[in-house]
Design a protein around this ligand. Structure first.
Ligand code: TDO
Length: 187
């Protein structure tokens, strides 16, 4: 398993070791020891899965406020997504900066998104399944969003000539400037 740093502190791309043989393949999708060796101490408590029917579906950018903030370990088990983490920790040297990576059933990569980041993804194929582990339970009262096309964050979504398929909630999310955020860098 390769745990690869990105330009955003605490955001990692994970490349699992895939063992193929005449039957197919095997891989570990999570190994606590490997994460601990990299100094990543997370205790996951909930596993989530979503299905998106159409290419160009966009879920995000989502986060839960403190004290219910979540770290997320995201993978795509059917189809392909462009997965994005945005640093929304006040006072962070990379505040408002984003990192994106293609995750697919084929490349088997995962993205680790720490607390203090917003997360979202766009489907690049039809019939997409995304699975992710989180280290805090769902807390609807703390559930928040930032508009997917916030001009100050300016995520370069790979499909930009279409109106994405959005939830009613995501259509109305505030822009970063007005969003309620209670993450402070270093805390
Ligand atoms: C996230 C979540 C939702 N739900 C319910 C609430 C709602 O009725 C239904 C659909 O919820 P949403 O519309 O928020 O689902 P979705 O837009 O897929 O939300 C997810 O998006 C990605 C990008 C994330 O990062 C996740 O943390 C989560 O916010 O599922 C749970 O029961 N538990 C959960 O953990």
């Amino acid at each position: 398993m390769n745990i690869i740093k990105t330009d955003l502190e605490g955001v990692f791309v994970i490349e699992p070791a895939v063992f193929g043989d005449h039957r197919g393949w095997f891989m570990e999708t999570y190994n606590e020891n490997n994460f601990f060796e990299e100094g990543i101490k997370i205790k996951f408590v909930q596993d989530n899965q979503s299905f998106s029917a159409a290419k160009g579906t966009l879920r995000g950018l989502h986060y839960q406020l403190n004290p219910k903030a979540q770290s997320k370990l995201v993978r795509c088990t059917r189809g392909t997504i462009f997965d994005v983490a945005v640093d929304i920790r006040k006072g962070s040297p990379t505040y408002g900066k984003w990192f994106g990576v293609e995750l697919s059933a084929e490349n088997k990569k995962q993205l680790l998104i720490p607390k203090g980041f917003a997360h979202g993804f766009m489907t690049l194929t039809d019939d997409v399944e995304v699975q992710y582990k989180v280290d805090e339970f769902y807390a609807p009262d703390c559930d928040r969003g930032i508009r997917w096309n916030d001009p100050t964050i300016h995520v370069e979504w790979p499909i930009h000539n279409i109106q994405p398929v959005l939830s009613a909630k995501d259509e109305k999310s505030p822009f970063l400037e007005e969003a309620e955020i209670n993450f402070v860098y270093g805390e």
